[in-house]
Design a protein around this ligand. Structure first.
Ligand code: HEM
Length: 529
């Protein structure tokens, strides 16, 4: 089964664009055991913006694919004002960057500063020990035991989407529905309810989603990226100016995008700040704020404030930053993956029917452990999330040849070089094969690349890997179980194109974000809708 027409593989990272920066001069990091290929330099670029335009272009994934196909395992690309950057596909190099030598590769300071100015101090705006501290505080909230407790919430949200957003439209006859808007609302509501115990959207029939907080968060990064050429100044700005002074200066700079961004930042601070205060007050009174409260990620994180270890305590500001960061990290990424899933299922009726049979043979409400082991569902979700199968990517063991003709087994990386981590590669990378995941086949590949499981880099790997990958997989599984029991999906609009939007990809038709799919109610199977 080939899906080049869907280009379904590209789901990218939450916030940091998968660029890391080398912190020390070193011969060590990139050990390339590649065949006699060249470190090619990408020829076409602008002197000011380098290759940024190509990377940020809605069709930027094609550019990355072209780089890999035309040049090889390591490509020299151009950053802002002619800076040398590397694009790396080689699995041994990726392992070195993400796992083995991760301490000498960190996200660029500009990016950490940007995230810090927009969201506050937290997991997305810090490096080294600070980052490790935030990760240590947040990790227990994503434990299997806690995820088990969240499953009923996931079902409650998916069923509200089914009953409020889809069923009323298809009650009499099949209809073409924009599933993108429904899945975006659903994924936000998932993280709202299970993440911070806050309902963004009642998901009632005929009502548009109007939550201003989520819309402001969504607009934050695209608005900031309008000022990307000024990003190199951010570390200086963050070091020299107090935030309160900076805020005052902004009022006098005649840049509409900057003012827009200031208002977004103010607004997105207010809601989590209120949530944190309410939760603290409830805890002080001795009980949870609501019935679900004790299960949400936020309240689980707040538990660390009772820890005897003071480094595990979070200030109110840190909790506010963590709230916004979790919502940003969890929303577009998951809705993009769920969109892919429905698009693929609508394109391949046999796959959809096979999955529906497995779901119908199981009880209607599954617990965590059953959701993790339904084999075909598991294969589909892994396959949708898969980005690269490294064992087929690169011939190994031979040195690389530099532009000067010299053979190299390693490349000297100068301090400050930015490295782009390639997350989609592989000979059969564009083929949709859920079967490759059955019986743990994917884990038996020979060349390991450091992802969180089974040789994929969808969630990156190492110390900055996605903390919510199991949360996301469970959301996708619950959505598949609830929707496939009730509806049949078919005839996706052939004009749907997957485009890079900010940091993830979304389905588009004529420059509008949309995933029109024909939805039919399965009457015999759904008495209650
Ligand atoms: C299909 C859905 C998802 C995808 C593809 C995804 C992907 C990623 C990637 C690639 C990173 C690394 C970013 C970087 O280093 O620049 C990341 C980090 C992160 N993700 Fe996810 N993510 C998803 C869902 C979620 C969810 C549902 C949550 C929370 C509930 C979450 C929370 C986080 C956090 C907190 C980090 C930062 C980890 C750190 O820096 O230590 N993600 N995610």
């Amino acid at each position: 089964m080939h899906t080049s027409d869907v280009n379904f593989l590209h789901i990218t990272c939450a916030l940091s664009c998968l660029i890391v920066k080398v912190l020390e001069e070193s011969d060590k990091p990139i050990l390339l055991r590649c065949f006699d290929n060249h470190v090619f330099s990408c020829e076409s670029y602008s002197h000011e913006l380098g290759n940024l335009t190509e990377f940020n272009n809605p069709d930027g994934w094609e550019f990355q694919q072209e780089l890999q196909e035309s040049y090889g395992q390591v490509v020299k690309v151009h950053g802002l004002f002619g800076r040398r950057e590397l694009f790396v596909f080689d699995p041994a190099a990726l392992h070195s960057i993400l796992v083995q030598d991760q301490d000498i590769y960190e996200p660029p300071e500009t990016l950490l500063c940007l995230n810090g100015l927009l969201l506050g101090k937290g997991i997305f705006s810090t490096a080294n020990d600070d980052h490790r501290r935030y990760r240590k505080i947040m990790t227990p909230a994503f434990s299997t035991a806690n995820l088990r407790g969240m499953i009923p919430l996931f079902y409650e949200v998916a069923e509200r989407a089914r009953d409020g957003l889809i069923a009323p439209t298809v009650i009499d006859a099949p209809q073409t529905i924009d599933m993108n808007s429904i899945l975006c609302r659903t994924s936000l509501e998932f993280i709202g309810c299970a993440g911070i115990d806050y309902s963004f959207d009642p998901m009632l029939p005929g009502k548009e989603q109007t939550d201003r907080y989520s819309q402001a968060l969504k607009a934050m990064l695209p608005t900031a990226y309008k000022m990307q050429p000024a990003f190199p100044l951010l570390p200086f700005v963050a070091k020299v100016f107090f935030l309160s002074f900076l805020r005052r200066i902004i009022n006098f700079i005649p840049l509409p995008a900057l003012h827009e961004l200031r208002d977004i930042v103010d607004f997105t601070y207010a809601i989590p700040a209120e949530l944190v205060q309410n939760r603290k007050a409830a805890i002080e009174k001795g009980g949870p704020a609501t019935d679900n409260d004790h299960k949400s990620i936020m309240s689980l994180m707040m538990k660390s404030n009772a820890s005897a270890e003071s480094a595990m305590h979070m200030t109110d500001k840190e909790l506010v930053a963590a709230t916004s960061m979790i919502i940003l990290a969890a929303t577009d990424t998951t809705s993009s993956a769920m969109n892919r899933m429905l698009h693929i299922l609508a394109m391949y009726p046999d796959v959809q029917e096979k999955l529906r049979s497995e779901i119908l043979a199981a009880p209607e409400h599954l617990d965590h452990d059953t959701l993790t082991v339904l084999p075909y569902l598991d294969g589909i979700v892994h396959e949708i999330l898969r980005l690269a199968m490294a064992d087929t990517v690169l011939p190994l063991s031979k040195p690389i040849t530099g532009l000067d003709g010299a053979h190299m087994r390693s490349i000297k990386i100068t301090k400050g070089t930015s490295i782009h981590v390639a997350i989609a590669a592989g000979e059969d990378a564009l083929e949709f094969k859920p079967e490759r995941w059955t019986n743990d086949k994917a884990d038996s590949v020979t060349t390991k690349i450091s992802g969180v499981y089974g040789n994929i880099l969808t969630f990156i790997g190492g110390g900055r890997s996605c903390i919510g990958f199991q949360f996301a997989q469970l959301e996708m599984k619950v959505v598949a179980c609830v929707l496939l029991r009730s509806f049949k999906f078919s005839a996706p609009d052939p004009r749907i194109q997957w485009r890079k939007t900010g940091l993830t990809t979304s389905p588009y038709i004529d420059n509008q974000s949309a995933l029109p799919i024909l939805v039919e109610r399965l009457k015999t199977r759904l008495a209650h809708v």
